[in-house]
Write a protein that binds this ligand. Structure first.
Ligand code: CP3
Length: 354
């Protein structure tokens, strides 16, 4: 496409995903809507988390809270990775100690009972949030809307463990003792997530991110068996001609080449590998996203500022998206979020093209 083309220009985030040269990188933060914001806490006083996710008016308001406050270059829809497992037939409860499944999966029969939900019928509220968000962002065409889903492995970990876990003994127990049952579950999840993300793309998500929070607990050989084929299956089947796919794996040290094999447009790097090392490892076929340590936001502005500036310089202005290396933490000082976003936005490396 030439610059004379009449089509409206893509948002900055999408240009970065396509590795176009920009005057500065785009910036957004994983988990940017949430408890560190007083505006979010005020809404949560009145409404449960799951109810919030299922009430599009309010979910749109919460999605917009960080955009209104800090003007990131992307909004990520307010929802949770555990919405599809609920739609597959599992009860999920969001309590004070984090989410849990009162009836975790234990047997092959439990896995067989799960349905592959029609995303419009069972999770239409998510698509409604996306449609309304695109209207909301119509006056900010440079702000992209990001949709997301959890990866099969991370979703399976919650569905089998029943909640967060330290050792993942039940999940790994199934992996060792009944790998065929685990593969059946992962296959069902991959099909569910493919339909779910394609519905998000059809509703108007301009990029989608796949979160594999617990991908880093496996060896490379195990990752190749239980994670990579499902990432490949999902990414291959997404309607991604115009919609870049971002892949995030936490604790991805050593796994970056396998993330590349999944074939996303963007590899989201955790804080343990530098952006320069990640680029060396995966080459220039992928844009990179990340990877400021979330706890750096607890530092004083004098400490934070040079860290942010160094990362901007390291990432550069082609194929790089400024983000954290993992989600923002609830006690994060709001003023440091503002400082981070402002620093990236002021960092124009070359004058904008006339
Ligand atoms: O990024 C955003 O602002 C969009 C919303 C979003 C939420 N969860 C809202 C949420 C996204 C992208 C997620 C993803 C998610 N959810 C992940 C993957 C990302 C990651 O951090 O690795 C995971 C593992 C979950 C599961 C989950 N949901 C946990 C473990 C928890 C409790 C602990 C926590 O981090 O808050 C949730 C609840 C949750 N999801 C909250 C929010 C804002 C807090 C709910 C509350 O208000 O009490």
């Amino acid at each position: 496409m030439t610059s004379q083309n009449a089509a409206p220009s893509a948002p900055r985030l999408i240009k970065a995903c396509r590795q176009e040269i920009l005057d500065r990188p785009p910036v957004w933060l994983m988990r940017q809507a949430g408890r560190y914001m007083p505006e979010y806490r005020a809404i949560r006083q009145k409404m449960g988390f799951l109810e919030l996710c299922k009430t599009p008016d309010v979910a749109v308001e919460v999605t917009m809270q960080p955009i209104n406050a800090f003007e990131m270059d992307a909004a990520i829809i307010f929802s949770d990775i555990l919405i599809p497992p609920e739609a597959m037939g599992m009860e999920v409860v969001f309590g004070d100690g984090g989410p849990h499944f009162p009836n975790p999966l234990q047997t092959a029969a439990d896995v067989d009972r799960l349905i592959i939900p029609d995303p419009l019928e069972k999770t239409g509220f998510v698509m409604e949030i996306i449609r309304r968000m695109r209207q909301e962002l119509a006056s900010r065409p440079d702000t992209a809307l990001v949709g997301f889903a959890g990866s099969p492995w991370t979703l399976a970990s919650y569905m089998i463990e029943g909640g967060g876990s330290k050792h993942f003994a039940k999940l790994k127990g199934m992996m060792y003792d009944a790998p065929d049952v685990l593969h059946r579950l992962l296959g069902k999840l991959a099909e569910t997530i493919t339909l779910y993300l394609n519905a998000q793309i059809e509703a108007g998500a301009q990029a989608v991110q796949l979160f594999d929070t617990w991908g880093g607990i496996l060896s490379e050989a195990e990752y190749r068996r239980f994670i990579l084929p499902y990432h490949q299956q999902i990414i291959r089947n997404l309607k991604r001609d115009e919609t870049p796919v971002i892949l995030y794996v936490n604790n991805s040290r050593g796994l970056l080449p396998l993330m590349a094999e999944a074939g996303p447009d963007v590899i989201s790097v955790d804080p343990l590998t530098s952006i320069s090392d990640a680029r060396q490892i995966v080459g220039h076929r992928f844009a990179l996203q990340g990877n400021l340590d979330s706890t750096a936001l607890f530092s004083s502005p004098q400490v934070l500022k040079p860290m942010v500036q160094a990362l901007i310089a390291e990432g550069g202005n082609q194929g790089y998206i400024f983000n954290l290396g993992h989600g923002i933490l609830p006690p994060t000082p709001v003023e440091n979020v503002r400082l981070l976003v402002d620093l990236v936005k002021e960092s124009a490396l070359t004058p904008a093209h006339p």
